[in-house]
Structure formats: C-alpha cells, structure tokens
Design a protein around this ligand. Structure first.
Ligand code: ZN
Length: 425
C-alpha cells in the first residue's frame, strides 16, 4: 500500500472505516481496525488518522465560468445592478480579452478550486462574435496546464445567443472541432420564443452529430412565460438523450404557477434531466421590490420529485458577480439557506448536490469512494456534513492517492491557536 487513511467517517456508513490505497486506486475498504494487511506489507505507506472526520470524494463543480473569472478584482461598477447591466459590463471586458489573459485567469480559477477540494470542473466558455474563439483557446491552454490536478470539461457556450449574434453558429461548429467537450446553449438570449426553440434544436443537432452531452443555461430569468426548459426536456426524450442534458439555473420555474411547474417537473423526471442550481446568482438577478427573489429554482420540489439537482459556483468575481471564492462549502451553505434546508437530513442533501449529483451532471463513470475507483478524495475536518458547511472547514485534498492541496481555516487569537471546530489536524 502507498497510503492508508484510518478512522474515516464515510457518508451513509455507521462505522468508521479504513481506506487502503495503492497505485492511485482504492484497493481495500474495511471497518476501522479490521485491516488484515500485515505491518510488513504496509512498510513505507503513509498513514493518516482521519480521527472520525468526514472523508468524501473530491467535490465536483459542474458549472463555472473560468474565462470570466477575476475580471472584476479591481471593482465592478454597475449603475442599475440589473442583469442587463451585468451583460453590458461583461461584453466590455470581453472586448479586451487576449488568449494569455484568459489562460492565466482560467488557470488560477482551476487551481483555486483545487485548493478547496474540487478536482472535477465543467467550465462554460463564451463563444460569440465579440471574443470569437479567444476564450476557448485560453481555456484549452489552462486545461492543459492543470491536467495533473484537475479533470476539466469545456462547454461551448453561446452567451450572446446564436441567431441574435450572427456568426455564432459557425463559431460553435469551430469550437467543437477545436476540442470543446460539451455543447452549451442560451436560448433566453434570443429575441423571440420561436428563435429560442430553433436555438435548442441547433444545440441538439450539434450534440447528436458529435456524440456530445448538452449543458444549457435554461430559463435564467424571472419571466414566468419562459418555456425553453420544458421544450428541452421534451426534445431530450424524443431523441433518446435522457441523462445527457443539464439545465443551469432554471429560475423561471420558481415564477411559474404551481400547477404548470408541477407538470414541468414531471417531464424533467421522465427525461432524467439534470438541474444545476447556482445560489450565488441571487446577486445577478437584479434588485427586486419585496418580496425579493431567492435567485434559485424550485429546489425542494425538484429534489422531492427525484430529479437530479446539483449546485455550483457559476461565477467568481467577474462582470456579473463581485464575490465568489470557488469553495463548494461556501455556495453549499448559501444553497442550504436559500432552500431553507436546516436539518441534519437536508444538510446531507446539500452535500449530495456538491458531490454525487454534480458527478452525474459531468457523467463521471468511476466517481466515489469504492474499491477499484481512483482515489480522489478529501479529508474534511468536520464530523458531519452540517459541521462542514457551518465552518467551511479545513481539508486535505487527494487525487489518484497523492495529496495535492491543503486548505487551512485555523488562526490565532491573542497568540492562542483557534479553529472554528475542534479539528483533528
Ligand atoms: Zn452560468
């Protein structure tokens, strides 16, 4: 063995567990203390006592805009703080993109994510006539530079629309030829509903032609008459693309009458559709009168109906959103608040959204702590999911059995060491 983790608390397992790892893979998973390996066989293995803290598969961020990340580090000046304002600010920033500028910021976003224990990222990359393919070239470079520490999928994302932004259709074809992994979409960017439908149809045409999955920004507005989500779910059943389609945001669902939303949710379930809810986009929904928006879809109804719901960071300090760290325990905590998940059971639902549900979005076949799987995991220094979320605790990050990051949340008060929880390391 190369690495042994003792006294790990695995989610859904009552007893503490020992994990035996060699050549980058979980070889043996046993109840704590029941290991049959002899001391001789373990000679030279690094041994870590997790001390009853959580050990979970590395986090998955299934929706992040790495091309835009950190473009607002020196500030974001929005006159009206509306979504339209944000789009205009971001378009101005995009006009100044260079390949190396995008590559270095995207690389930083990936490395920062790894620090927080995220080793799998699905990243949206703008494809439009403003920046052309510059963002994609930069993100492909960033993906290459970080391939030892992270698995990154790139989504060809027509942020400005496909028909509204003449020339984007051709760029989408080129983006896929250049190496985009997933076909994105933004039907809400089109002027009228008919073109939004044509947009969805074109995305399906591209995806089926190249055998790629689909991940679209869907009905990301407060408009109760948005209908692209249900149309997309319907199309994915019609062409046999169940499980392969993800809708980001899906906020309009929260504004639709309950009876209509219930029908859409039933259709999403039939389509085995993935919904990715990004709670920090609350900041870009514009400023409301009371009652104010929560900025998220009907999370509780979707989860209760059995739809796969993941959650993600979306944006980090860009023209849309001044804040955001990339830490899943940050946006997971906000998710818990916005969905009013305030119990041990529902904290577990949030943790599922950050791990297994997000892995289903990226369709990662070998994800999770199981014998034979790649040893990609975090030791999270908290005994429960709710404590991990409450404290955004310290963690050690492992990929293929090698430690690649260490994130610390401890400090000193008047010279005395302090941590938010009684951390074991
Ligand atoms: Zn997004």
């Amino acid at each position: 063995m190369d690495l042994i983790v003792l006294n790990a608390r695995l989610r859904g397992r009552n007893r503490l567990t020992d994990l035996h790892i060699s050549e980058g893979v979980f070889r043996k998973i046993t109840d704590a203390g029941e290991s049959s390996t002899t001391p001789q066989r373990n000679a030279g293995a690094r041994t870590i006592d997790a001390g009853g803290n959580l050990v979970a598969p590395t986090f998955v961020n299934p929706h992040l805009h790495i091309d835009k990340a950190y473009t607002a580090l020196s500030g974001r000046n929005s006159g009206e703080e509306t979504l339209e304002d944000s789009i205009r600010i971001m378009q101005d920033i995009k006009r100044g993109y260079t390949v190396e500028d995008v590559a270095s910021r995207a690389e930083r976003a990936i490395r920062q994510s790894v620090l927080y224990g995220v080793t799998k990222i699905r990243a949206n990359v703008d494809i439009d006539t403003i920046g052309g393919l510059i963002a994609l070239k930069g993100c492909l470079a960033a993906k290459e530079r970080t391939k030892e520490i992270a698995d990154v999928q790139l989504v060809a994302f027509p942020q400005e629309g496909i028909f509204r932004d003449h020339g984007t259709e051709k760029l989408m074809h080129e983006a896929i030829e250049m190496g985009a992994d997933v076909v994105g979409g933004m039907p809400a960017a089109e002027w009228i509903q008919d073109e939004a439908r044509r947009h969805v149809d074109l995305v399906f045409e591209l995806a089926t032609k190249h055998g790629l999955d689909i991940d679209m920004h869907m009905d990301q507005s407060k408009d109760p008459f948005d209908r692209s989500l249900e149309y997309t779910a319907y199309r994915s059943i019609a062409i046999g693309y169940e499980e392969r389609v993800t809708g980001g945001h899906c906020t309009s669902l929260a504004y639709q009458p309950a009876a209509h939303a219930a029908k859409v949710i039933e259709l999403l379930k039939l389509a085995r559709f993935n919904v990715c809810v990004n709670p920090q986009t609350l900041a870009i929904m514009g400023v409301d009168q009371e009652p104010r928006t929560r900025g998220i879809s009907r999370v509780r109804e979707l989860v209760d109906a059995g739809v796969n719901v993941a959650t993600a960071q979306d944006t980090i300090c860009d023209g849309f959103h001044l804040y955001g760290t990339g830490d899943p325990l940050d946006y997971g905590l906000l998710m818990a608040y916005q969905a009013q998940y305030n119990s041990t059971r529902t904290a577990g639902i949030v943790f599922e959204m950050l791990t297994n549900n997000a892995a289903k979005v990226m369709r990662l076949g070998t994800y999770g702590i199981a014998e034979g799987n790649p040893a990609d995991f975090n030791i999270v220094f908290a005994p429960t999911e709710s404590e991990a979320l409450r404290t955004r605790s310290s963690r050690l990050v492992f990929r293929a059995g090698k430690q690649i990051a260490e994130y610390e949340t401890r400090g000193k008060v008047n010279g005395q060491a302090m941590a938010i929880v009684g951390e074991g390391a």
